[in-house]
Design a protein around this ligand. Structure first.
Ligand code: SF4
Length: 644
């Protein structure tokens, strides 16, 4: 049997390479040993992608809502309906009456042709900011002038590795061999997290921090380093701008105060500060949860500052790993240049409330690569908004909750049914995901859908390529000319991007206006006050076997509590508890766990039979930097639920 080279389309840092074998009504997916990160191993989420292709839930034909039921329609009818709705909106109110919601539900450079299509219409209404990582991302751009990390292999040169809010044992499994390799060479692994996560099992030390206090912790550690004169003075003199202001801010964060705020004792704080300043090089690997707070951007800036004053930037084995943007500008983009269109944008966290009062009002919504009715905060408000939009269209592989509440659903191809190019913001590898099988039923790939729509609307000059292969050749052209990386070469196996260095910022050529690391902190001790009515921190991470609402199974909610907290409410393992925020409430089955911070309620993503997820409890708020969604800013209360 022939194995076809492909890649994982999920929004995961590992960016695995696949070898896929087509069988009778199934696909066998294996890790490709040619990818030196995947090394032949893939996780259960990657393996499950094959089942999705042939799943009975798979959408195979365009569907049109007729009252309470769905009617199968032809592609011709579907295209006609959608193009008529676009034309009518353009005529009645202009392009801003069209709302395009997209995110990263499926990776692949050709998936971005959806954005190109709406840009070619002149620019429509779109989200801006981020649902996921924007606060930390922009914080690093402010500090360093760009987001770059040392390579995965470089971790083996570290003497201390801090997994700060990150749990690679669950969300980044291919990092584990590098961490274990570093340990073998004498490195110590420290975990900072409100939950004793799986990665803590192989760590040398674990620090349980109160949720939302990571920035205070970093400033407290900086306070100790500066007080004890453990900083790297030469590095500060040569490469840091704004040190005095940062030091003044850190001075306010006395260890005793920081211990009270974070829950990490003074002795532990000193121990951590000593490790960061004395046991280098230190690599800090950040998770995204710690920046999902109103002060999330400043939390990451404080951690960057801690690494900078201890001289842990720009050397082998050092750095603050968040993501990388090395691929930017290296390939041709499928997006149109910004001067070609003028979009109307609203921040992700408050999108529903802004759209409800937008003028012109939204007449037509088109959703691609996302499921906003479940993924966005303010779920109830999103439902109100959705009811008010006259015509809603979803392009997806299954009937998501958003699709269920819409008018027209177009079935999209999976990564295995059309060719694409896959790269991620953590892996240095570029993959050619080749077509493995013909699309199921009448499914069509996004490049086909948007090219056809463009043709019918008279904007085909912006869709000049007839096939995905031609688009991919256009995207790769600069790499092909400079590095001889062509599709034919990628068909032989993934390629390690030659422009990605082992060490980020090795030449200390920071891309900030001053050319130095620019430190600043707007964290304030007063921001970390207590909420009395809703005293507990609510964390809503995604479960280990799912990626947000992808692969979700409707098993109801589970709430994880420390036994001490459960005891206060006479809750036992298996009881039903009501979890309530200022925005809503839901019922979940109690799971007791000593691993959870005792003032924290952990409610992994899930859904009810009515299709509502945990975001029915979350009020959308914008982060200080990056207009990112503060999913973890919510406080909650719990109580026992007694069945009548
Ligand atoms: S580890 Fe990440 S990239 Fe690899 S198969 Fe799993 S989800 Fe996909």
């Amino acid at each position: 049997m022939t194995m076809v080279r492909s890649a994982c389309p999920l929004n995961c840092p590992d960016g695995c390479a696949f070898l896929v074998e087509k069988r009778e009504n199934s696909l066998l997916i294996k890790g490709d040993p040619a990818n030196n990160i995947t090394k032949g191993f893939i996780c259960s989420k990657g393996q499950a992608l094959g089942k999705r292709v042939f799943s009975p839930d798979r959408l195979k034909f365009p569907l049109l809502r007729q009252g309470q039921r769905w009617e199968r329609v032809s592609w011709d009818q579907a295209y006609l309906l959608l193009t008529e709705a676009i034309k009518k909106t353009l005529d009645d109110v202009g392009p801003w009456g069209i709302f395009h919601h997209y995110d990263y539900g499926s990776n692949g450079v050709l998936r971005e042709l959806d954005q190109r299509f709406f840009q070619a219409l002149g620019g429509v209404t779109e989200p801006r900011g981020s649902m996921c990582w924007g606060a930390g991302y922009q914080a690093q751009e402010l500090d360093f002038g760009g987001v770059f990390s040392n390579s995965w292999e470089d971790l083996e040169d570290a003497k201390t590795i801090v997994l700060w809010g990150r749990d690679p044992a669950v969300t980044n499994v291919h990092l584990i061999p590098h961490l274990l390799g570093a340990k073998k060479r004498g490195a110590r692994v420290l975990v900072i997290n409100p939950i004793r996560v799986k990665s803590a099992e192989f760590a040398d030390e674990y620090y349980q921090v109160r949720p939302g206090t990571d920035g205070a912790l970093a400033l407290g550690l900086s306070h100790i380093i500066l007080r004890e004169r453990w900083q790297d003075t030469l590095f500060i003199q040569n490469y840091i701008q704004g040190f005095e202001g940062f030091a003044r801010r850190a001075k306010e964060f006395f260890p005793e105060k920081v211990a009270a705020i974070t829950g990490v004792g003074v002795t532990q704080l000193t121990q951590l500060a000593r490790a960061v300043s004395h046991a280098g090089p230190v690599s800090i690997i950040l998770g995204y949860g710690l920046q999902r707070y109103i002060k999330g951007g400043n939390a990451v800036r404080a951690i960057d500052g801690l690494a900078a004053i201890s001289g842990n930037i720009g050397w082998a084995g050092a750095g603050v790993h968040y993501a990388h943007q090395y691929h930017q500008g290296k390939m041709n983009s499928v997006l149109l240049p910004p001067e070609r269109y003028r979009s109307r944008t609203y921040p992700h966290p408050i999108l529903a409330e802004e759209l409800l009062k937008a003028d012109p009002a939204i007449q037509l919504a088109v959703v691609t690569r996302s499921n906003p009715l479940v993924q966005q905060p303010n779920s109830q408000l999103w439902r109100d908004l959705w009811r008010k939009i006259p015509f809603k269209v979803v392009i997806d592989t299954v009937l998501t909750e958003t699709a269920r509440q819409s008018d027209l659903v177009l079935p999209a191809a999976t990564i295995f049914e059309e060719e694409d190019l896959v790269k991620t913001s953590w892996s240095p590898l570029i993959h050619y995901a080749q077509k493995v099988l013909e699309p199921q039923g009448e499914v069509q790939a996004e490049p086909v859908i948007f090219t056809e729509l463009a043709k019918r609307l008279g904007i085909e000059k912006d869709f000049p390529y007839a096939s995905s292969r031609e688009w991919l050749e256009f995207v790769l052209q600069p790499l092909s000319e400079t590095y001889e990386i062509s599709l034919d070469k990628l068909a032989q196996g993934p390629v390690y991007a030659p422009y990605i260095p082992k060490v980020a910022w090795e030449n200390k050529d920071f891309k900030t206006p001053s050319g130095k690391i620019e430190l600043s902190s707007e964290l304030d001790l007063a921001d970390l006050g207590e909420a009395v009515e809703f005293p507990y921190h609510l964390l809503t991470p995604h479960p280990g076997n799912a990626m947000h609402s992808q692969f979700h199974q409707d098993e109801g909610f589970k709430v994880f509590l420390h036994p001490d907290l459960a005891e206060k409410f006479r809750l036992n393992h298996g009881d039903q508890a009501i979890v309530e925020t200022a925005y809503g409430q839901l019922v979940a089955a109690v799971v007791l766990s000593e691993d959870i911070h005792p003032e924290t309620v952990v409610l992994p993503e899930g859904t009810t039979s009515e299709g509502l997820g945990v975001n029915q409890l979350i009020l959308g708020k914008c982060s200080d930097i990056g207009e990112s969604t503060c999913y973890y800013e919510m406080r909650c209360q719990i109580r026992k639920w007694y069945l009548d």
